[in-house]
Design a protein around this ligand. Structure first.
Ligand SMILES: CC/C=C/CC(=O)SCCNC(=O)CCNC(=O)[C@H](O)C(C)(C)COP(=O)(O)OP(=O)(O)OC[C@H]1O[C@@H](n2cnc3c(N)ncnc32)[C@H](O)[C@@H]1OP(=O)(O)O
Length: 713
């Protein structure tokens, strides 16, 4: 809806009304068309202001309408009519003006924004492009380089930046609506010449071809296989080379392809999934809406290695005070320097002062005595962590939450070391912890709903997307990674090379294939995990461990001192620290290994790499759902997209499975199981079978069947 009133004598005020973000639903679009007509037809009205209710201008098109039969007036002619009006129309931007919301504002003759508002064209993140004239009007205001950067990334910017880029005309600390009304009165009689953005020329730099070539190369590299960023560049190219009307035509054609694409559907699924995970529930029945988080003011981080440093930075950037503890003086000093540098660089990027004063450094664990919440990030060693929990339980005030950043260890075991196991939860961050958005909040069997709610809320304050998961080895993300990595090793045994496996995964859209990832995170790290599981037998290369097929290839590399990037050698060679090059040594090593074990190398197709690596990962996802470790497929998908480099435009592993077809996933798992009966991760999970038997329902209906499956267990 849009409400109309006449204010200040002769200003028509149109207020968009569609909580929470005044999205441009059919009713809102109709409301705008009707109220604009009314304002323009009213002889008493000399100028018009468009604003949104509750301090939000507009969050763009109503994403919930996509994929439905869309009715109501379309945006393009609506915005065109505003631009062609013969009375000045002013957009009063508060909160956000995003997507169609900013496009609406760009159709107005003036834009006045509040200092705290954000603007942007984030359509690309939904698999779309700004097709209500955004790709044609924005470059006419900002120039091409800035428009390319904004539209291909979807980045939201402050109004200070928007002012510099001429996207808005004025920024105010006061009410943007009041300021806009005053301004509208002052320009009521002014000519609109030069105020209609579509009538302006698109400023073109002399090297425009080179500019677009570079832009195209950049989007192809950064968004592997994603079609929307490419279409954004093409639409901007049209703005640079065609008159406005033809550019609009091109924008429309490109949008038509994107709008119905599988990638757009996957990205929109992901948008809602990232919000749905906030509505968590526990197997006990406790839920987000019945569990109150406790306010956290003082925090502590124990252990200032890479993870601890990132967590400290993230907490301080969220405005929380942190006691940062590292037992030894020298590493403490080093950490202090590193953290200060990270905060200073962050402040440079975000603006404002670095929150250095919020952190107190200490080598003494006693310093955490009065904090509200502790996050321990010490070395991943169960004995060390157990001891630390005993100390913390004795030192901290009884109501303090004790959180562990373990990536796999048993939360219940750690909780049992504390006098208050109900206040213990896992907060599993991802490296680099001040950058990565994902947070697994792990509830043990005794964690209270209040502890989960508090950790989820703290994650939100830190700008993370928290996903509540149950306690099992590796939780959700790392547990699913295990069969995926295992298949990679088996494929090497059978004839593949690291570059071939990684090539297939990167072509699929992963930023990094599994061997490059293993080199980056460290072959020694995986070795230590396997050692903890009792799988490593130094010197031995027996291919069966704990009664199942096992590949010792990673262990053998570890024994050679090939730890990955950090040692310059791993699955690849690194002559300069980051560039992975195929290593002839490794190929010889693999040939010797196969010969020693009587394994005949065969030609392996990319399809097999994808099916074996991805379907076993997905199969583990079904087990996780069946066991209630994750409450729904969205939780798993969000974890994989935000934490494990799963290509965003493929929605996440469970969504991908639903698109490929559950029956196909099941059949291929059965096919590979016949060939490798000694690999239990190929054994299709009973939930997968049950879903197939129920006719492979769409993903949003899985929860019902999961519940039924759980009640049979
Ligand atoms: C015809 C095709 C035209 C396309 C042009 C477009 O305009 S495409 C849409 C472009 N707009 C966006 O991409 C903006 C998406 N929204 C956001 O980035 C954020 O929601 C926000 C507006 C910055 C607000 O963030 P905040 O953290 O304050 O809240 P939430 O993200 O949790 O959102 C609150 C609820 O609002 C729902 N919602 C947000 N935007 C839209 C939208 N454009 N359409 C429909 N619904 C939207 C969001 O889903 C939340 O509701 P839940 O019930 O929790 O899911």
């Amino acid at each position: 809806m849009a409400q109309y009133s006449r204010v200040s004598g002769n200003v028509g005020l149109i207020t968009l009304q569609n909580p929470p973000v005044n999205a441009l639903s059919a009713a809102v679009r109709q409301g705008i068309v009707d109220t604009v007509k009314r304002a323009l037809g009213d002889p008493e009205v000399k100028s018009v202001v468009i604003c949104g209710q509750n301090g939000v201008f507009c969050g763009g098109a109503d994403i919930r309408e996509f994929g439905t039969h869309m009715t109501g007036p379309p945006l393009v002619p609506m915005i065109h009519a505003i631009e062609m009006a013969d009375k000045p129309v002013v957009a009063a931007i508060e909160g956000v003006a995003l997507g169609g919301g900013l496009e609406l504002a760009l159709g107005c003759h003036y834009r006045i924004a509040h200092t705290k508002a954000k603007v942007g064209l984030p359509e690309v993140t939904l698999g779309l492009l700004p097709a209500a004239g955004g790709t044609q009007r924005l470059p006419r205001l900002t120039g091409l380089p800035a428009a390319i950067a904004l539209i291909t990334t979807g980045r939201q910017i402050t109004t200070a930046e928007a002012l510099k880029l001429s996207i808005v005309d004025q920024v105010t600390d006061y009410s943007a609506v009041d300021t806009a009304v005053k301004f509208a009165k002052s320009v009521a009689e002014r000519s609109l010449d030069g105020r209609r953005v579509s009538e302006r020329p698109c400023p073109c730099p002399p090297d425009v071809d080179a500019l677009f070539e570079a832009a195209m190369q950049k989007v192809r590299q950064s968004a592997r296989g994603a079609i929307a960023p490419v279409a954004c560049v093409q639409a901007l190219q049209a703005a640079a080379t065609m008159p406005y009307a033809l550019g609009m035509q091109r924008e429309k054609e490109l949008m038509a392809t994107l709008f119905t694409s599988g990638q757009a559907r996957a990205l929109q699924y992901s948008f809602f999934a990232q919000r749905a995970v906030g509505r968590w529930s526990l197997p006990s029945g406790a839920r987000w809406d019945g569990s109150k988080p406790r306010p956290i003011r003082k925090t502590a981080v124990i252990g200032l290695g890479t993870m601890g440093r990132g967590i400290t930075v993230s907490l301080a950037q969220a405005g929380l005070s942190v006691i940062a503890v590292e037992a030894q003086e020298k590493p403490l000093k080093e950490a202090q320097q590193a953290i200060s540098g990270m905060l200073q660089r962050g402040a440079k990027r975000r603006g404002g002062a670095p929150p250095l004063d919020l952190i107190t450094y200490s080598a003494n664990l006693q310093a955490v005595a009065d904090v509200d919440l502790v996050i321990e990030a010490v070395f991943e060693d169960v004995a060390l962590k157990k001891q630390l929990f005993q100390h913390l339980s004795a030192i901290c005030k009884p109501e303090a939450f004790l959180c562990t950043n373990t990536s796999a260890l048993d939360i219940d075991l750690l909780a049992s070391q504390s006098r208050h196991p109900e206040l213990v939860v896992g907060m599993h961050f991802f490296a680099p912890a001040h950058v990565m958005k994902l947070l697994e909040v792990v509830h043990g069997s005794r964690s209270s709903p209040e502890a989960v709610a508090t950790a989820m809320n703290l994650g939100k304050q830190m700008g993370k997307v928290g996903v509540a998961v149950g306690n099992c080895h590796g939780f959700v993300g790392n547990r699913m990674l295990k069969p995926y990595l295992e298949q990679g090793l088996f494929l090497l045994e059978e004839g593949a090379t690291p570059e071939m496996v990684d090539g297939a995964l990167e072509e699929f859209g992963f930023a990094m294939g599994l061997f490059r990832m293993s080199d980056l995170s460290g072959i020694d790290v995986g070795w230590r995990v396997r050692k903890g599981e009792g799988l490593v037998q130094p010197g031995a290369s027996v291919r069966v461990r704990q009664g199942r097929r096992y590949s010792p290839l990673g262990d053998l590399l570890y024994e050679q001192g090939r730890f990955g990037q950090k040692t310059g050698r791993g699955w690849y060679r690194y002559d300069n620290r980051h560039e992975a090059k195929p290593d002839p040594w490794l190929n010889n090593f693999l040939e010797d290994y196969r010969a020693r074990h009587g394994l005949a190398a065969r030609r392996i197709e990319c399809q097999e790499v994808l099916e074996r690596c991805l379907y076993t990962l997905i199969n583990e996802g079904f087990r996780i759902l069946e066991e209630g470790i994750a409450a729904g497929p969205e939780d798993i998908d969000v974890i994989y997209v935000l934490g494990y480099g799963w290509p965003k435009h493929r929605g996440g592993p469970m969504y991908y499975a639903s698109m490929v077809g559950l029956i196909k996933v099941l059949e291929r798992l059965e096919h590979y199981l016949r060939a490798h009966p000694d690999v239990p991760s190929l054994q299709p999970c009973s939930l997968l079978r049950r879903l197939v038997a129920s006719g492979s329902p769409p993903i949003h209906k899985w929860r019902k069947i999961i519940k039924k499956t759980q009640s049979h267990l």
